[in-house]
Structure formats: structure tokens, C-alpha cells
Design a protein around this ligand. Structure first.
Ligand code: ADP
Length: 320
């Protein structure tokens, strides 16, 4: 491997910059050149490719988002798009590529690997919805941002003795909702993996909690369930308790990454550069059973994970 490329793809996540910095600097220290590809696979097809030096990644470790930019690219889902992408890599001398993103981005990496470009994926998403890893770059920052925002809503909710429904991100996964639900002491936690769509249970819970002297009722709802505003209207009508919905939205994707996200992203970025330099391809880096590991992309995509049953059960129990 003489030159590696790096791109970020799919949704941005805090810590991606720390990963970019680590890939660039570790590759350089391994004696390999690095090229940055802007705007994900779309930027690759547009040949938005820049040389990167150690100084190109100065002063970015503390910044949210991704300095390379990210995009979604339909064309790259086609065989023709993937072939063109591989040809552009060859043309620019890129023989290895680090892709920071989620499962969709890994499929793009897998396609490039089939076309002779060595590829390594890094798990970059706030949603934690990548099965081969217990940690994804950005999750820690996102849950901390959401937790702090929820604390603030809770203050005003208590003062007014309201019920608050707070919707957090996570796409179809409930990890952000579960973590915030536990960390914020929510009375109800609605996860796409578990929710039975029976609002009567929530309504009964609110009425019982009022009888037992609770002055507020905090419901953490996951993006994958959604409809928080209409849910609030129905709950208010059924309980007589003033109910408000707050959708946290994109604030959860931004902000300066936490120490954990900077640290893990730095280690993972270095590993990706090392593995590429060893000549490996079609791998993704994960953190599992307490250590950093790499997996075949095919195996990684076939893995499944679910909300841990015990953690879900105690989340309900702690809100009595
Ligand atoms: P994530 O990587 O976070 O899962 P997406 O699913 O939006 O996000 O995927 C990001 C990009 O990866 C897509 O816009 C597309 O360019 C590429 N991609 C997704 N799925 C595939 C696929 N099956 N084959 C090739 N490229 C894909």
C-alpha cells in the first residue's frame, strides 16, 4: 500500500474528526501517503480528492461533525457507480481506503473491495446500531448531549407538574433512548425494539404515579417510534395531565466530542491505518468484549444485536 484514501459517509457523528486525524497521522508515520475524499461516496465520484499532511488535521480533534463533509449517494448503490469509484481510486493512486460510517457505508466499502481497492470500515454513528461493536464513534457524545438537554426539560416539567415526552434520535435503534431513559430516571422508556404501541399502559402509569405523589412524568420516546406530538395530545386528553412533547433533533448529532469518543476514535483510526498497511481488506474495526478487534465486512453485516434484556428490565424497575 502506497497511498490510502479516507472518507466519511452517512450521518455525521462527533468523533469522526478524531478518527480522521488518527488515520492520517498513523498512515504518515507508517510511511504511507494519505488523500482525503470530500462528501463521502458522492465526493469520490466527483473526484473531490485532496492531499493530506499531518498539518491538514491540526486543531480538529475537539470539533464535532466531519471536516471532510459527508453525503448520501444513490449512484454508489449501483454496480456502475461502484466501478467508477474504483477507477477513480486507481487513477489517483489510492490503493487502500478507510470508510467511516454505518452499515450502508460498509456495503459501499465491500463493493470497492470487490473491485480491487483494499477497504477498512470504522463504526461512525451516534445510533450504536452496528452489530459487531459495543461502541460506535459519536454515541457517547450524543447520549451526553441528550441527557443534559433532558435534565433541563425535566426541571421545568417538575415545576409545572407536567408530563413530558422527549424524543431522542437513534433511527430504528433504541440505544440512545435506553441510555438516556436510565440516566435521566425516566418513568417510561419507549424503544422501537420493545414498544407494544399500547398507550393505555402509559396512561395507567401516569395516573398511578400521580396517586403515589410523583410530580412529573418523563417519557423518553425513540425516533424509531416517533409521533411524540400526537402522543402528547392523546395522553393529555386521557389523563387530564398537561403533556408536552420535545423533539431534541439534530442538536444530538453536533458538539465537541467527549473524551471517550476522542479516545476510542483515535485508537480505531490508528488500527484502521495499520490493518490497511498490513495489506488486509474488506474488514471493519469494532470494540467487543473489552477489546478492539477487526471483522470481515460480510460477517459484520450478518451479525445481529438487540437491546440487552436485563438492562431493559431494570430501566423500568428503577422508575417505580
Ligand atoms: P450509514 O452508513 O450510516 O448506514 P446510509 O445507509 O445512508 O448510512 O449509507 C451511506 C451511503 O453508503 C449511501 O448514501 C450510499 O452511498 C452508500 N451505500 C449504502 N448502501 C449501499 C449499498 N448497498 N451498496 C453500495 N453503497 C451503499
Amino acid at each position: 500500500i502506497k497511498t490510502i484514501g479516507i472518507l466519511t459517509s452517512g450521518g455525521d457523528a462527533p468523533g469522526m474528526n478524531a478518527a480522521i486525524r488518527a488515520v492520517v497521522r498513523k498512515a504518515i508515520s507508517n510511511g504511507v501517503k494519505v488523500k482525503g475524499i470530500k462528501r463521502g461516496y458522492q465526493g469520490l465520484l466527483n473526484e473531490e480528492i485532496v492531499d493530506m499532511q499531518a498539518r491538514s488535521v491540526s486543531d480538529i480533534i475537539q470539533r464535532g461533525g466531519t471536516v471532510l463533509g459527508t453525503a448520501r449517494c444513490q449512484e454508489f448503490k449501483t454496480e456502475a457507480g461502484q466501478k467508477k469509484g474504483a477507477e477513480i481510486c486507481h487513477k489517483h493512486g489510492i490503493d487502500g481506503l478507510v470508510v467511516i460510517g454505518g452499515d450502508g457505508s460498509y456495503q459501499g466499502a465491500q463493493a470497492l473491495s470487490r473491485h480491487g481497492i483494499n477497504t477498512i470500515g470504522l463504526p461512525g454513528t451516534i445510533d450504536l446500531d452496528i452489530a459487531c461493536t459495543d461502541y460506535t464513534i459519536g454515541f457517547d457524545t450524543a447520549v451526553n448531549t441528550a441527557m443534559q438537554a433532558i435534565d433541563k426539560v425535566r426541571d421545568t416539567s417538575s415545576s409545572h407538574e407536567r408530563c413530558s415526552i422527549i424524543e431522542v434520535m437513534g433511527r430504528n435503534a433504541g440505544y440512545i433512548a435506553l441510555w438516556c431513559g436510565v440516566a435521566n430516571g425516566a418513568e417510561d422508556i419507549l424503544l422501537p425494539e420493545k414498544y407494544d404501541y399500547n398507550e393505555q399502559n402509559i396512561i395507567n402509569n401516569i395516573i398511578n404515579n400521580r396517586k403515589r405523589g410523583k410530580t412529573h412524568h418523563l417519557i423518553i420516546n425513540a425516533e424509531g417510534i416517533g409521533h411524540s406530538t400526537s402522543m402528547a395530545r392523546r395522553i393529555e386528553a386521557a389523563t387530564g395531565v398537561e403533556t408536552r412533547a420535545t423533539i431534541l433533533g439534530y442538536m444530538q448529532r453536533g458538539g465537541s466530542p467527549t473524551c471517550k469518543d476522542r479516545y476510542y476514535a483515535s485508537i480505531m483510526g490508528c488500527l484502521a491505518a495499520d490493518i490497511l498497511c498490513e495489506g488486509k481488506t474488506n474488514r471493519v474495526i469494532g470494540y467487543r468484549h473489552g477489546e478492539f478487534q477487526d471483522f470481515d465486512i460480510e460477517d459484520a453485516l450478518a451479525m445481529q444485536k438487540d437491546i440487552p434484556e436485563y438492562e431493559y428490565r431494570i430501566s423500568k424497575l428503577l422508575a417505580i
